[in-house]
Ligand binder design. Structure first.
Ligand SMILES: CC(C)(COP(=O)(O)OP(=O)(O)OC[C@H]1O[C@@H](n2cnc3c(N)ncnc32)[C@H](O)[C@@H]1OP(=O)(O)O)[C@@H](O)C(=O)NCCC(=O)NCCS
Length: 153
């Protein structure tokens, strides 16, 4: 594990990079700069960035869904991406560990996410961190089937 990786909450200095990374890895989300800016100031949505030698090399965003009379609070993991040249250094793992920590702090019962069922690398990453596949959902990403994975806290 690379000790020089720093995880922090994104701020206005990261909007541009987050827009570029989101367009590159999640083009179907179609988020503009203004949308990223709006989302970072949305209550319950948080963006985390991973820095290596002061450069932003990855990010994740998640939403805390507040408790209702029927359900405990939940944490929905949305984007997670690391620049290709910095993969395999434990950066995504560090980002996810921070999400889990924040979800626990917010009293969430679980963290859940959707992942394309052919994304073997991401599925292995999530499984290694204790996420369990709950099977395919109705949702599709283009032609791809989507798995629901969750980690009870
Ligand atoms: C998925 C992704 C975020 C992983 O980022 P990363 O920083 O390289 O992952 P890490 O180095 O933290 O890897 C942690 C664990 O994930 C798994 N993993 C990561 N890369 C892997 C690979 N190429 N092959 C197999 N397993 C892999 C391993 O279990 C690894 O643990 P280990 O190194 O102890 O074996 C990165 O590949 C990525 O950005 N992909 C494109 C975007 C994407 O698919 N995001 C997920 C959408 S749901």
């Amino acid at each position: 594990m690379n000790k020089d990786i720093e995880i922090s909450e994104a701020d206005s200095r990261h909007f541009y990079t987050l827009t570029v990374l989101t367009k590159q890895f999640f083009p179907y989300a179609n988020f503009s700069f203004d949308e990223i800016k709006r989302r970072t100031s949305t209550r319950n949505v948080k963006y985390l960035v991973a820095k290596l030698d002061s450069n932003t090399v990855g990010f994740t965003d998640f939403e805390i869904i507040p408790e209702t009379p029927e359900n405990a609070s939940l944490c929905k993991l949305m984007g997670l991406a690391v620049l290709e040249e910095h993969r395999g250094k434990g950066i995504a793992k560090k980002l996810l560990e921070k999400v889990v920590e924040e979800a626990k702090k917010a009293g969430c019962a679980k963290v859940f996410l959707l992942v394309a069922d052919d994304n073997a690398v991401a599925i292995k990453l999530y499984s290694s961190l204790g996420f369990i596949s709950k099977g395919k959902t109705e949702k599709k990403l283009g032609e791809k089937h989507v798995l629901l994975m969750e980690k009870p806290l």
